[in-house]
Design a protein around this ligand. Structure first.
Ligand code: ADP
Ligand code: MG
Ligand code: MG
Length: 479
């Protein structure tokens, strides 16, 4: 890329401190105006917003890599669909870790209970996000490597939908030219909303509501309202209600026909933005609540089977020889999909000793991951080393996976976020591809890709959650 790794360097001049301050003010104002917002939790006002962390400029990004990840998305979704419907495979993958991992076992028990009772709602919808980081090839080009595939509470599709507008503005303020195709429109929530509206077409009672299950405190409300707004664009009479687990414990009922109501309102679809962390289940009551939601006649986004299919353990097994072939027999996409995998290793087999000692000697080359979501759970470097030392040769080892650390391609950008200076810094990005999958056990009804999330963080930060880490919303400047 001719050595240019930030759009700003195209300018050939350094921004003066005054000009930079003015830019930050203007661009932050534009971000707020366009809905790049999160809620200030703990504020005395009910709905007070601030700008999400974001990058001053779009980041230079290879168009071929974006196209590749978008092209492969429906294939990935089909694989996850097949796994979610393959009880034997799920059981074989997860059985080893269920004894060591109480939290995943609770989910497994919910899945098994409903399976044995008989599934009352045949339709299932999943909003997915497949996350990648970019690595340099030997020839100096970039390729994408999968970080993980999310099937549960895949967020930021709303707030990212405004970033293209923000970056068009910042480029024009800075006098940096671009062709329209370099900053394409990206509007994930239009597709995500279409997925939920299409799913509701399969629910008999047309006046039923969609339930958004949300957290307390919930900084993501603006992102969720983007989705609600796009649902209403498609179906103005669709009602959406937001409830926390605590509210549902008080207000939810399941009748003899498994019809779900909340405060007397019939629910046709349960969309989870909460319920992925052990912290969300402080008592047995929350697990019982999740079980009742799962056994209800409402459509789930996602079902427990899809939730479990998104486990990091499944990702590790999929990378074993012959497994992807089983789900994609004779597929022309097999090699391309495999090219996105980095090394993934189990820690509980007789052959694990070699990789464990390699990781203990080179912890900086690996990431140690539990079966958890939401950021902040993985171990890196010295922490990885001491924890791995502790769990190797114990049953606990089966609930973790080891993964090659992706050497993410470094570039430069300015990060606009509280607590970080706005100087041009070395950063790395993570690209997430959004998609919708609507199905029954026997049929894939909808399977489409619907845009992307680009997040950028300082190169030195290990994790990059938008809410839990150091990540900033970004958009690709395609070259
Ligand atoms: P979660 O489900 O909690 O988001 P992830 O697998 O996405 O878990 O890991 C969280 C973060 O850790 C990622 O967003 C990324 O910044 C970092 N990370 C995860 N896996 C790797 C990896 N193999 N190489 C480098 N960084 C990684
Ligand atoms: Mg995740
Ligand atoms: Mg992640």
């Amino acid at each position: 890329m001719d050595g240019i790794i930030s759009v700003e360097e195209n300018l050939g001049e350094v921004l003066s401190p005054d000009k930079l301050d003015e830019m930050i003010q203007c661009v932050t104002g534009w971000a707020l105006l366009n809905g790049v917002q999160k809620k200030i939790t703990g504020s005395e006002f009910p709905e007070q917003m601030e700008a999400m962390p974001f990058t001053m400029y779009p980041s230079i990004f290879p168009a071929t890599v974006l196209q590749k990840t978008q092209r492969l998305h429906t294939i990935f979704q089909s694989v996850v669909y097949k796994i979610a419907n393959d009880h034997e495979f799920l059981e074989n993958c997860l059985s080893g870790l269920l004894e060591a991992d109480d939290f995943t076992r609770e989910f497994w028990n919910i899945y098994q209970t409903v399976r044995k009772e008989g599934i009352s709602q045949p339709v299932s919808v999943t909003l997915t996000r497949n996350d990648f980081m970019m690595e340099y090839n030997d020839d100096g080009g970039q390729d994408c490597k999968q970080v993980e595939f999310n099937t549960f509470a895949s967020g930021a599709g709303g707030v990212i939908s405004a970033m293209t507008e923000v970056h068009k503005y910042s480029l024009s303020l800075a006098g940096i030219s671009f062709k329209p195709e370099q900053l394409p429109d990206n509007y994930p929530t239009k597709g995500l909303a279409k997925g939920l509206v299409k799913a509701m077409e399969h629910y008999p009672n047309k006046s039923a509501s969609i339930l958004f299950v949300v957290g307390v405190p919930e900084p993501n409300t603006p992102d969720q309202r983007w989705l609600e707004r796009d649902i209403l664009q498609l179906n103005p009479s669709q009602r959406v209600i937001y409830k926390t687990f605590q509210q549902l414990l008080e207000q939810m009922k399941l009748d003899d026909n498994k019809i779900l109501t909340v405060d007397g309102i019939e629910i046709g679809l349960v969309y989870y933005r909460y319920g992925y962390s052990p912290k969300h289940y402080p008592t047995e009551k929350e697990f019982q609540l999740r079980l009742n939601l799962e056994r209800s006649h409402a459509i789930k986004c996602p079902t427990m089977a899809f939730h479990l299919a998104g486990c990091k353990k499944i990702q590790q097994v999929l990378a074993e020889p012959g497994i992807l072939e089983r789900f994609l027999p004779q597929s022309e996409y097999l090699d391309e999909i495999k090219s996105t995998f980095v090394g993934l290793y189990k820690l509980d087999s007789s052959e694990s000793n070699t990789i464990i000692s390699t990781a203990l000697n080179n912890p900086e080359k690996f990431v140690l991951k539990p079966q958890r979501e939401g950021g902040g759970n993985n171990l890196f470097g010295d922490e990885l080393k001491s924890f791995l030392e502790k769990i190797k040769d114990t049953p606990e080892a089966s609930s973790w996976i080891l993964m090659d650390r992706i050497r993410a391609a470094r570039h430069r950008n300015r990060l606009i976020r509280v607590g970080l200076g706005p100087e041009l810094r070395d950063v790395v990005s993570e690209l997430g591809i959004f998609g919708v999958h609507l199905s029954t056990k026997s049929e894939e009804i909808e399977n489409f890709e619907c845009g992307y999330l680009l997040r950028t963080k300082p190169e030195i930060a290990n994790e990059g959650g938008l809410f839990s880490g150091h990540s900033c919303l970004d958009s690709p400047y395609l070259v």
